[in-house]
Design a protein. Structure first.
Lengths: 113, 113
DNA sequence: ACGAAAGTACGACCGCTGTCAAACTTCGAT
DNA sequence: ATCGAAGTTTGACAGCGGTCGTACTTTCGT
């Protein structure tokens, strides 16, 4: 079974959720920019295009961050026109690493008590 | 109030648990060696001295890892003779970042289903 | 008092990663 | 057909972080 949302050959394949390693996930989430992306997606009711996050880094750097998140199995990407959409693989992820994403998102939102 | 276990001036001060940042915690836990230390302490019923982990790195590297964990607020260190003991600051940590440590330890233990 | 045990401190090295600029691609609208 | 919008790719660069060896400190046991 495939885990790619749409069959758009412009997007490299998404990893099967069972091949995700904690190492990759932590390497992805240790970066503040990438963590902000995940947190935004966690709160969002709909998928968000790359340009819609208002990231403070250059386009090429943003592309890099999204790729790391995709390869870590955290987000799913697909094209709509010229926009690359990003969605959190929330439920799949929960099955493999229960509680992890929620704990990190919660921790990220509440830096001070 | 102080958070140092014993007043041994050989040990640098431990951070107050309220000053811990998620950034520091993730930077600490992204390293496999340090994660193995935390997992061992999570499972252990008693504190463990630095040499008791059987780390595959040199002594100076091990010292470095323990310092990162201490400064991130994850472990508490104190001397017993010439042995530096390490204990997980589990309950304090749970108050600040609920569910985080358990999620990571669980994820680390079950890489494959 | 002496030596071994357990770590620490200090530099040095090296690979990895986040960053950017510049050139390119692909699609949509005019 | 052309132009702009949205991202990607490539290459380069800089800084950080894990690693080690060596020298040092402190404590315990004899």
């Amino acid at each position: 079974m495939s885990y790619d949302g749409g069959m758009d050959d412009r997007i490299p394949p998404h990893p099967d959720v069972r091949t995700i390693t904690l190492q990759q996930v932590l390497e992805a989430l240790v970066d503040p920019v990438r963590r902000s992306i995940v947190t935004r997606l966690w709160d969002a009711s709909a998928d968000i295009r790359c340009g819609g996050f208002g990231l403070t880094v250059s386009n090429s750097t943003a592309t890099h961050h999204f790729r790391v998140l995709r390869e870590a199995g955290l987000i799913r990407q697909y094209y709509v026109g010229t926009s690359r959409m990003n969605g959190l693989r929330r439920d799949e992820f929960e099955e493999v690493f229960p509680g992890l994403l929620e704990a990190i998102v919660t921790a990220d939102r509440a830096p001070v008590g």
